[in-house]
Design a protein around this ligand. Structure first.
Ligand SMILES: *Cc1c(COP(=O)(O)O)cnc(C)c1O
Length: 424
């Protein structure tokens, strides 16, 4: 007891003081300072009228971010995966036929969650870095007559965005519900929920929305909500299996039971979980920032800055991964040049420059790096410093880019307008 309670704490008792690292990977990214400030305001109880007012704000704000009229637009507590799981376990009953579009890590995740939900899964896949053949999707939908088609719009593992418009039409024609994972694209690309005819779309904050991970915005069409509503089994004594009243089978998760979560977000305000207040504040501020900038302007910023990053990398003599016609705005894959140790490059970027860039998953491990330009980090200065750093690091590793070429190309792109640096 001879240690003053005010003595400096070290080791495990030290106050957190992480390095001010620039997160230029495929997410998470550095949160916008306004989002961090919003997270530190006073906590409120989950039924406090002030707080339920903030919940209603979030519903309205995210309708605009998702470009939808959907009444049921709210937040699921947890990272983006919580939104995905809530959507799929609430939509899918055991034995339901489902078509999963898979061309990357998150397509594999949709498949796994659908299988765990007991659905009869048919996968339409494509090599990582390519888009899925729309004819193959059409054939599968005609053959399987799925209840649900599940797809990823932009998959950060491959940096490719799948064309969504046609799939929405196809689902309407065949009376299937369309689920889309838009985690990596919402507020950075055109996630047009109503125009696509998507029924359930989910996201996370840590990509183009510019927040920390931990809240999953979700939107549901009325027909998706009605399907989930059928599975509500609140009265005691109702069997787990579907009953004569045409009820569906009870949702097999409590935490991710969207019917119960909608009972809390709706007028009834029935208790389910304790809403993660600080995360709700963060999500609310993320949406405010998007709408303040203007959704279209924000998408354009992601397109322009992402194109400048790609132009810079190409000018350095690096090869970009995947079908560039379908590249996401906000993340780029770079083939690791022969003879270069990808992990050493990432370590030098981090240790010398305090910049994080991404590695990769599955078939791409050791083959590509991934660099993101998202949300708060989607800026001219972050592109320039990342390109300058990468050039210096690659030189130290014995791989020489034309000096200054990357930075110059990016600058031309961002200062001289699109076509000055014409990289297509
Ligand atoms: C990044 C990403 C996620 C992230 O899920 P978390 O649970 O937040 O880690 C999900 N889906 C896609 C398509 C992503 O790119």
């Amino acid at each position: 007891m001879d240690v003053s309670p005010f003595a400096p704490r070290t080791g495990i008792a030290a106050e957190l003081d992480p390095p001010a690292r620039l997160l230029m990977g495929p997410g998470p990214i550095n949160a916008h300072p306004r989002v961090l400030r919003a997270m530190s305001v006073s906590l409120l109880g989950q039924f406090d009228p002030e707080f339920t007012g903030y919940m209603n704000d979030c519903m309205a704000l995210y309708r605009d971010v998702f470009q939808t009229e959907n009444r049921w637009t709210f937040l699921v507590n947890g990272t983006a995966r919580a939104g995905i799981e809530a959507a799929l376990v609430s939509l899918l009953e055991p034995g339901d036929p489902v078509v999963v579009l898979s061309a990357g890590r998150f397509g594999l995740l949709l498949r796994e969650i659908a299988e765990r939900a007991g659905a009869a899964v048919t996968v339409v896949d494509a090599p990582w870095g390519t888009v899925i053949d729309p004819d193959a999707v059409r054939d599968a939908v005609r053959r399987v007559r799925p209840r649900v088609v599940a797809a990823v719009y932009g998959d950060t593992s491959t940096t490719i965005a799948q064309p969504m418009e046609e799939i929405g039409h196809l689902c309407r024609e065949h009376d299937a519900l369309l689920y889309v994972d838009a985690t990596a694209t919402l507020a950075g690309m055109d996630v047009a929920v109503d125009r696509w005819g998507a029924d359930v779309v989910t996201a996370g904050l840590q990509k183009c929305l510019g927040g920390p991970s931990g809240s999953a915005p979700i939107t549901l069409s009325d027909r998706a909500a009605a399907r989930i509503d059928r599975r509500r089994h609140v009265e005691k004594g109702i069997a787990a299996a579907g009953d004569a009243a045409g009820r569906g089978e009870r949702i097999r998760s409590n935490y991710f039971d969207l019917a119960m979560i909608m009972d809390y977000w709706g007028e009834r305000r029935l208790n389910h979980h304790t809403e993660a207040a600080s995360m709700l504040y963060a999500a609310r501020e993320c949406a405010r920032l998007v709408l303040e900038e203007g959704l279209a302007a924000r998408i354009e910023r992601h397109r322009r800055v992402g194109a400048a990053m790609a132009a810079g990398l190409r000018a350095m003599g690096l090869t970009l991964f995947g079908d560039q016609r379908h590249k996401m705005h906000n993340v780029v894959g770079i083939e690791i040049p022969p003879g270069v140790d990808g992990e050493r490059v990432r370590a030098r970027m981090r240790l010398d420059w305090e910049i994080e860039i991404g590695s990769s998953f599955g078939p791409l491990v050791g083959k590509i790096w991934r660099i993101g330009t998202m949300g708060y980090n989607c800026r001219k200065d972050t592109v320039l410093v990342t390109l300058a750093a990468l050039e210096a690091v690659l030189r130290a590793e014995g791989w020489n880019a034309p000096p200054g070429a990357g930075v110059d190309a990016a600058l031309r792109h961002l200062n001289g307008g699109e076509h000055a640096g014409a990289m297509g």
